[in-house]
Design a protein around this ligand. Structure first.
Ligand code: 0A1
Ligand code: ZN
Length: 881
C-alpha cells in the first residue's frame, strides 16, 4: 500500500536500473513482533549508466537500523532515508560493491498481509507485487533478478519448519533454543517471487520423476490434522507437472517443490519460486467438506501456480504493465489443462460464463482498462479479470489464428529466446510472428484497446446463385481515456449448418481471409461471400467463443433451435440455447419494470426441456443449459436503467414456467442421476450431481414446497448435495422452519471448519430480497465471523455485494451505505481487501436513477474520507469519474 497521494506510474517512463544486482543474501531472525532482517546485496553499476547516479532502494513503512558499504558503516551524509526509500550516493563507478541493510519489522502487526506476516501462528510472506519492500530496502521491481541465499533463525519449538525458495542447503541448532536453516535458489528471480514460511505444520509428501529422470520431492504443508484433505491437491500437482511436460515441454527445475496452505491470504495463491503459498481454500478438500466446484478450483489453481514456474518465474515481467504476459498466458495454460482433465466443451462454457459475468462488466464500466495498461496508480488494483481472463482469451486467439502447430512453434521460441529474461508483451508477440512469418501488429490491438468489441452480423442466402453472404461490422466502445478505436483483427470461428444438420463445405470464399473454419474480420465493415452452398444454411458464428466479443446476430427461434439440436459443437449448442432464452429474460425484466407481465414462448421452454431430457448428452452439459443466465447476466445485457427487483421477478417467472412444463423430466432426472457408487470428485460424477441438483431446484419451483429440498438435505452424503439443498431451502423458503433447521444443523455440524462456515455465510448473504442486509449485519456479530480474515469477509460481505443483486441493490440505498461503511472500516487494516470489495459497485451507472443516486452518494462518502489507502482512493476516483 502507498498513501493516497501515490503518483501515477507510466509505461512510457520505463528505464532500466542504474545498478545490476548480482546476489542477494538475507538473514532473518524471526520474532513475532520484532524480526531482524539483514540484507547483503551485491551490485555493480550498469555499463553506460551515469557514474554519479545514486542507488535508490524502495521501502514501505520501514525503519533503517544499520547500513554498511563493503562492511563499513555508511556516514550519515552519504545517504537519505525515509520509510519509503533509501538513497545512497558516491558508490563505486566500476567495481562491484556490497550493501548491508538491517531492518526490524513486526509481522504480528502486519494486517495488510503484504510482506512478512503471521497467520494462525505461522510466519508467511506475500511479496507480489510490492510486498518485498515491506521486509527490507530493495530495488523492488520485477526486472531486477538475482540468485538468493536465505538463512532463517527461529525458536525451534514454535517453528520446527523453516522454509524458503530453492534447494535446502542445510541447518542446525543455534543458541537459546533456536535453530536455523539455509536455502539457495540458483535461478535468478525478482523479489516478488521471494517467500519464507516458518512455523509448525503437518506435511503430505510425494515424489515426481521428471521427463529427464530427475526425482523431485513434493511437499504440501497444512495445519496439523488436515493432512488427509491435501491428497487431492497433491494429485492435481502431479498431473499438472506431467501435463506441462507433455503439452508444453516444460520440466521442473529444482530438487523440491513445496506448497504451504495458510488461512489468511488476500488472493487465491502465489507462485513463489519452489514455495507456493496458497489460500487454504484452494488446497483442502474431502467429500464431506468440499463441493465439486471446490475440487475444480483446487485442480485449476494448483495447476496455475505450478505453470507459473515457466510462465512468470523462468520468464518474468519487465515491469508491472506486462502483468498479462504471465497471468493471461498462465490462465490460458490452466484452462487448457482443465479442459484436458475434464469435458472440454463444458469447461469452455463455464469459462465463457465467467468471462461474461466478470470481465465484460469491468470492460463496460468505469474501471475498464486494456489487457496491457499504460498507467496505474496502485498496481494491486490491476490483478483484474481483464488482465487475467481477457489476457487468456487473447492468448487463445493467437492459438486460433496460428493453429495448434503455429502456436506451439511460437511458444517454443518464447521459452528458448526469453528463458531467464524479464520480458514484455512485445517480446511475446514477436516470437509468434518470427516463428510463423506472420504480422500480428493489428492483432496486438487486443492488448492495447480496452472495451468489448461489438460485432453485428447478418447473413443472406441466394438460392439462385447458391451463395451465402455474411456482412460483418465491428465497433469498439469508448472506454476511460480511449475515445477513438481502431478496427481489430477478430478471429471468428464459424459453420454453415444445413437442414440435415451437416456442415456446408463452400467451394470458394471471397471478401477476406478465411483459414479453416476461421473468418478473419479485420476491417470496420467486411462482407464475406461463400459459393457453392446448395441449400439455405443456418449460421453458427463465434463458435467456441473464438473471440471475446458481443455478437449481434438476428436469428429466428427456429434457426436457433436447429443449432441447439444439430450443431456438432456442444459449445455452439449451449450458445444457441442461451441466445434463445436471454431475450426472453430481458424482455420479461423490461415488462416487469414497466408494470407488465412476463411472456415465455413455449418453443424456447420446450427446447430447454428437450436438452435436459436428452440422455445422449453429458449431464454436466445439460446442467449448464439449465442454469439460465443469472440476474447479473440479464442486467449486463440490458445495459442501462436496471431494476434488480424486476430482473429477479422476471427470471423467477421464467424458471417457474420451465419447472412446470418440465416437471416429469426433472422428476426423472432427480431420481436417476444419483451416483450409486461412493463419492468420486471426477468430472462425470460431478456432472451427474450438478444435473440432479438442477432438477431439485426446478422441482421446488414446480412444487412450491420445501419438503423435497429438506429431504435432500437430510440424505446428502457429500458437500455438493448438502450445500445445494441448503441454498434451495434458504433462498426459496427463507421463512420456512425447514430452512432454519437446515442452517442450524449445518453450522453445528461444521462448527470447527472455517472453510465450510464460509459456505454457510455466503448462502445466507445471498438470500434474495431486502431482508438480506439485516441478516448480514447479524452474522457480522456471529462468533464464526472473523473480521480480520479475508475469506470470512469475502464470504459474507463479498457474497452480499457481488452476488445478491436484490439484497444489495435495495431501493432505499441501505446496501450501498452498509458497504461504504465496511470499506472504510477495513481499509486501514487491509486496503487490498477493501479495494476489491468496492469493485462490486463498478456497474452502478447502469442502475435505474433512484438506485444510481444512492450508489453515487455512498461512493461520495468514501471519496470524502481523508484517510484512504491508495488502493481504495484509486478505485473510488475512477468509479466517480
Ligand atoms: N500471482 C498470483 C496472484 C497474486 C497476486 C497478488 C498477490 O498479493 C496479495 C497474491 C497473489 C497468481 O496469479 O496466482
Ligand atoms: Zn497467476
Amino acid at each position: 500500500m502507498g498513501t493516497s497521494d501515490t503518483k501515477t506510474v507510466e509505461l512510457a517512463n520505463y528505464r532500466p536500473t542504474d545498478f545490476v544486482l548480482e546476489r542477494v543474501d538475507l538473514t532473518f531472525e524471526l520474532d513475532p513482533t520484532n524480526t531482524k532482517v539483514d540484507a547483503r546485496l551485491i551490485f555493480h553499476r550498469r555499463d553506460g549508466a551515469d557514474p554519479r547516479a545514486p542507488l535508490v532502494l524502495n521501502g514501505d513503512e520501514l525503519t533503517l537500523s544499520g547500513l554498511l558499504l563493503d562492511q563499513n558503516e555508511v556516514p550519515a551524509g552519504q545517504y537519505d532515508v525515509t520509510p519509503q526509500s533509501l538513497t545512497i550516493r558516491n558508490l563505486p563507478e566500476a567495481v562491484p560493491f556490497e550493501i548491508t541493510v538491517t531492518t526490524f519489522i513486526n509481522p504480528e502487526a502486519n494486517t495488510q498481509l503484504m510482506g512478512l506476516y503471521r497467520t494462525n501462528g505461522v510466519y508467511c510472506t506475500q511479496c507480489e507485487a510490492e510486498g518485498f519492500r515491506r521486509i527490507t530496502y530493495f530495488p523492488d521491481r520485477p526486472d531486477v533478478l538475482a540468485p538468493y541465499t536465505i538463512t532463517i533463525i527461529a525458536d525451534k519449538a514454535a517453528n520446527p519448519l523453516l522454509l524458503s525458495n530453492g534447494n535446502f542447503l542445510g541447518g542446525g541448532n543455534y543458541d537459546e533454543g533456536r535453530h536455523f536453516a539455509a536455502w539457495f535458489d540458483p535461478h535468478p528471480k525478482p523479489s516478488y517471487l521471494f517467500a519464507l514460511v516458518a512455523g509448525d505444520l503437518g506435511v503430505v509428501e510425494d515424489t515426481f520423476t521428471t521427463m529427464s529422470g530427475r526425482d523431485v520431492a513434493l511437499k504440501i504443508y497444512v495445519e496439523h490434522g488436515k493432512e488427509p484433505r491435501a491428497a487431492y491437491a497433491m494429485d492435481a500437482l502431479k498431473r499438472s507437472m506431467k501435463w506441462d511436460e507433455e503439452r508444453f515441454g516444460r520440466e521442473y527445475d529444482l530438487d523440491i517443490f513445496m506448497i504451504v496452505a495458510v488461512s489468511d491470504f488476500n488472493m487465491g495463491a502465489m507462485e513463489n519460486k519452489g514455495l507456493n503459498v496458497f489460500n487454504d481454500k484452494y488446497v483442502l478438500a474431502d467429500p464431506e467438506t468440499a463441493t465439486d466446484q471446490d475440487y475444480a478450483n483446487i485442480e485449476a489453481i494448483i495447476a496455475h501456480e505450478y505453470f507459473h514456474n515457466w510462465t512468470g518465474n523462468r520468464i518474468t515481467c519487465r515491469d508491472w504493465f506486462q502483468l498479462c504476459l504471465k497471468e493471461g498466458l498462465t490462465v490460458y495454460r490452466d484452462h487448457e489443462f482443465s479442459a484436458d482433465m475434464r469435458s472440454r466443451a463444458v469447461k469452455r462454457i463455464a469459462e465463457v460464463r465467467h468471462l461474461k459475468s466478470e470481465q465484460f462488466p469491468e470492460d463496460a464500466g468505469p474501471l475498464a482498462h486494456p489487457v496491457r495498461p499504460t498507467k496505474y496508480r496502485e498496481i494491486n488494483n490491476f490483478y483484474t479479470t481483464t488482465v487475467y481472463e481477457k489476457g487468456s482469451e487473447v492468448t487463445r486467439m493467437i492459438a486460433t489464428l496460428l493453429g495448434a502447430e503455429g502456436f506451439k512453434k511460437g511458444m517454443d521460441l518464447y521459452f528458448e529466446r526469453h528463458d531467464g529474461d524479464a520480458a514484455t508483451v512485445e517480446d511475446f508477440v514477436k516470437c509468434f510472428e518470427d516463428a510463423n512469418g506472420r504480422d500480428l501488429s493489428q492483432f496486438s490491438l487486443w492488448y492495447h484497446q480496452a472495451g468489448t468489441p461489438m460485432v453485428s452480423a447478418s447473413g443472406a442466402y441466394d438460392p439462385a446463385a447458391a451463395t451465402f453472404t455474411l456482412s460483418l461490422e465491428q465497433m469498439i466502445p469508448a472506454t476511460p481515456g480511449q475515445s477513438a478505436k481502431e478496427p481489430m483483427h477478430i478471429p471468428l470461428s464459424f459453420a454453415l449448418i444445413l437442414d440435415n444438420g451437416s456442415t456446408a463445405a463452400p467451394t470458394a470464399v471471397a471478401g477476406g481471409e478465411v483459414t479453416g473454419d476461421v473468418l478473419h474480420l479485420t476491417e470496420r465493415k467486411q462482407t464475406f461471400t461463400f459459393s457453392g452452398v446448395s441449400s439455405r444454411p443456418v449460421l453458427s458464428l463465434n463458435r467456441g467463443f473464438s473471440a471475446p466479443i458481443n455478437l449481434h446476430l438476428d436469428r429466428s427461434t427456429d434457426d436457433l433451435v436447429h443449432i441447439a439440436r444439430h450443431d456438432s459443437d456442444l459449445f455452439a449448442r449451449w450458445q444457441a440455447l442461451n441466445d434463445l432464452i436471454l431475450p426472453v429474460l430481458m424482455e420479461g425484466a423490461r415488462d416487469v419494470r414497466d408494470g407488465g407481465t412476463v411472456t415465455c414462448p413455449s418453443a424456447v421452454i420446450s427446447a430447454l426441456i428437450e436438452i435436459a431430457g436428452n440422455d445422449a448428452l453429458e449431464p454436466a452439459f445439460r446442467a449448464q443449459v439449465l442454469a439460465l443466465p443469472s440476474e447479473a447476466d440479464i442486467a449486463r445485457e440490458l445495459g442501462s436503467n436496471n431494476d434488480p427487483d424486476a430482473i429477479h421477478t422476471a427470471r423467477t417467472t421464467v424458471l417457474t414456467a420451465v419447472a412446470e412444463a418440465g416437471r416429469p423430466v426433472f422428476q426423472h432426472l432427480f431420481e436417476t442421476m444419483k451416483n450409486s457408487a461412493g463419492f468420486s470428485p471426477d468430472a462425470a460424477s460431478a456432472g451427474r450431481r450438478a444435473l440432479r441438483n438442477s432438477a431439485l431446484g426446478y422441482l421446488t419451483y414446480a412444487e412450491q414446497s420445501p419438503v423435497r429440498a429438506a429431504e435432500a438435505f437430510a440424505s446428502a452424503d457429500n458437500m455438493t448435495d448438502l450445500v445445494q439443498a441448503l441454498s434451495v431451502l434458504a433462498h426459496r423458503f427463507p421463512d420456512a422452519e425447514e430452512a432454519d433447521a437446515a442452517l442450524g444443523a449445518f453450522v453445528t455440524r461444521f462448527d470447527d471448519n472455517p472453510l465450510v462456515i464460509d459456505k454457510w455465510l455466503s448462502v445466507q448473504a445471498t438470500i434474495p430480497g431486502a431482508g438480506a442486509l439485516d441478516r448480514v449485519k447479524a452474522l457480522m456479530e456471529n462468533r464464526h465471523f472473523v473480521a480480520s480474515n479475508p475469506n470470512r469477509v469475502r464470504a459474507l460481505v463479498g457474497s452480499f455485494a457481488f452476488s445478491n443483486p436484490t439484497g444489495f441493490n435495495r431501493a432505499d440505498g441501505e446496501g450501498y451505505r452498509f458497504l461504504a461503511e465496511r470499506i472504510l472500516a477495513i481499509d486501514p487494516k487491509n486496503p487490498q481487501l477493501a479495494a476489491r470489495l468496492l469493485t462490486s459497485m463498478r456497474s452502478w451507472r447502469s442502475l435505474e436513477p433512484v438506485r444510481a443516486d444512492h450508489a453515487r452518494a455512498a461512493l461520495l462518502t468514501i471519496d470524502r474520507s481523508v484517510e484512504l489507502s491508495s488502493d481504495v482512493r484509486d478505485i473510488v476516483d475512477r468509479m466517480l469519474k
